[in-house]
Design a protein around this ligand. Structure first.
Ligand SMILES: *Cc1c(COP(=O)(O)O)cnc(C)c1O
Length: 378
């Protein structure tokens, strides 16, 4: 561990050094390129883990979301319905496409997109613009699966495709089915702070090989199949490198361990955090929602100032952060229409993320909970 500080979620390599062996192999065979055997094998490993889907490894989850929007034909003047309570990378790619994000608030059980507001937004936008929104971006935030039955039903009813941003949710399941399989297209992140990492990277999960091939085409500058470089459209340089994929292959050997660790940490927090000022430690609404608990979160009652709390924890060597600031409250999106119920704003004002990553020990969790209790009393 680089410092004594307790971080939210720091990368941890496998104890067997598998990542370094795959990187060494790339050096030995001189596959220092944005393609190669590590990329192919990492994709196969992910396909095996998710089961029956077609995966392309790319440079980030942000790139994967951008590609997903392009694959669904999102372009200038289109509207895309986005979960407001998320990281900016869930919705920024909508703007890259020249399209317009419309933000939807969260419901109380999973903190993800409210199906009720989603349907209201679809009807309202169709009435206002005479046009159907082109896509819906739903997030399994902090690893918690969204209300997939309800959302899928609405997507089918109005025939609007869904992109599932499963950046946080590798290893989560809804009704026994893995996250990353609910959207028409889904995306994963392997950034340094996610469940596993490739230092930086992402993946796009497609339902058929044709879509995957199209994603790779767009991610490699849209080169037409000629001997010379022929381009009929604008492409992107979004493929994952063979070096990064080597890290990813090694990380796949500890993915289950990481998931179990995050779940264990969450259980420990839940059992220790009995305090009248704590209204909720992230919980499962019911057994259908099997979260990987990428980050455990805690909600506090009125009277606990979240910023002061985070600063006190910081002084105690603990990294803690307020929950995501909803996109509909971000200055950059001030002109975007939104459908709100106040809930994500409430979450932002009352909740924090807690250290949950593979370096966090049981003693760390006890120390963090004691520090929180001391901070909200003092
Ligand atoms: C991290 C994250 C992303 C972006 O992932 P990158 O790989 O860093 O581009 C997208 N959505 C959510 C919810 C995330 O947490």
């Amino acid at each position: 561990m680089p410092t004594n500080r307790i971080h939210l979620c720091l990368a941890k390599m496998s104890p067997t050094g598998a990542e370094q062996r795959y990187i060494q192999e790339a050096f030995t065979t001189n596959w220092i390129a944005p393609l190669g055997p590590n990329v192919d094998a990492f994709e196969k490993d992910l396909e095996a883990f998710i089961g029956g889907y077609h995966v392309a490894a790319v440079s980030s989850c942000t790139a994967a979301i951008h590609l997903a929007l392009l694959l669904l034909g999102v372009g200038k003047g289109d509207e895309v319905l986005c979960q407001s309570f998320s990281f900016c990378a869930s919705s920024n790619p909508v703007v890259y496409c020249g399209a317009k994000p419309i933000f939807i608030d969260s419901e109380k059980e999973t903190w993800n997109m409210s199906p009720e507001l989603l349907e209201k937004a679809i009807n309202d936008r169709m009435a206002k613009t005479g046009k159907k929104p082109k896509a819906i971006i739903v997030v399994d935030l902090y690893g918690m699966p969204a209300k997939w039955d309800e959302i899928t039903a609405i997507s089918k009813k109005y025939d609007i495709p869904v992109i599932e941003d499963a950046a946080n949710a590798l290893g989560s399941c809804y009704k026994g089915r893995p996250c990353g399989t609910f959207g028409d297209i889904a995306t994963l992140s392997f950034n340094g702070n996610k469940m596993i990492t490739t230092s930086g990277g992402g993946a796009i999960i497609c339902k058929d090989e044709e879509t995957r091939k199209r994603a790779i085409f767009l991610a490699t500058q849209a080169k037409e199949p000629f001997l010379h470089y022929e381009h009929e459209m604008i492409g992107y340089n979004y493929r994952m490198s063979n070096i990064c994929a080597g890290i990813g292959r090694g990380q796949m050997t500890v993915l289950e361990d990481h998931i179990n660790h995050h779940k264990h940490v969450h259980e420990l927090y839940s059992s220790l955090m009995n305090n009248p000022s704590v209204s909720r430690v992230s919980i499962n609404p019911n057994p259908d929602f099997n979260s990987n608990f990428w980050l455990t979160t805690a909600l506090f009652n009125d009277g606990v100032d979240i910023e002061t709390l985070c600063k006190k924890l910081d002084a105690a060597g603990i990294e803690a952060r307020p929950l995501w600031k909803p996109m509909h409250l971000q200055p950059v999106y001030q002109n975007s229409p939104s459908f709100t119920n106040g809930y994500s704003e409430y979450l932002f004002k009352h909740g924090i993320c807690l250290p949950s990553g593979p370096w966090v020990t049981d003693d760390d969790v006890r120390y963090i909970v004691d520090s929180i209790k001391a901070a909200i009393v003092g």
